[in-house]
Write a protein that binds this ligand. Sequence first.
Ligand code: COA
Length: 163
Amino acid sequence: MNYVTTASFSDAADRFAALQYAEWAHLYPGASLEQYRQGLLNNCWDGSDLTSLNLAWFTLDDGGAPLGVAMLVGEGELEPDDAGHLEGPWFAGLVVDPRFRRQGIGAALLDYVTEQARSLGFQRLRLVTEHNTGYYERRGWTVEQGVTLNSVPNTVMFITLGP
Ligand SMILES: CC(C)(COP(=O)(O)OP(=O)(O)OC[C@H]1O[C@@H](n2cnc3c(N)ncnc32)[C@H](O)[C@@H]1OP(=O)(O)O)[C@@H](O)C(=O)NCCC(=O)NCCS
């Protein structure tokens, strides 16, 4: 599979931002569709400050059409009470086009972004999930603790990348 940074595909960024918004608006009621769109259009990481980390990739089919998206972000996944003791970086924003699910695309994106995090020198990656704990456990992730997002129960998980 090929991977590209999302900022180079503005039409697809619109489409996948809408899918992300539909999935997570109930958990992050303060975040607008435009913020999801900007998250895909503005890929950045200055190498020092975790708060500046916002990277995102599409995986492409053989014809170059985006099939799914996943992100590596520094913060913003948790509410303030939890964010202080559960630090990033975070695997986030994983969405596969509904027409192409159950073909391994999500797992491939998970592997790709995990490797990106490892190659950037991070020693641990976290994620927060409402419904997919088992999916990530089957791929080597460990449950860390429960949290709430907009009063909805979610689970923080982690994977160790470094020595
Ligand atoms: C969760 C999500 C990203 C998974 O994407 P996906 O591309 O369907 O994921 P995969 O194909 O890697 O795996 C899905 C299942 O299909 C299975 N699968 C993979 N390839 C398959 C194939 N060729 N034939 C049959 N099943 C297959 C996987 O084993 C997996 O099963 P499991 O859930 O029992 O482990 C997708 O359903 C999605 O976008 N959901 C909405 C957003 C969301 O929930 N994101 C995650 C937030 S934490």
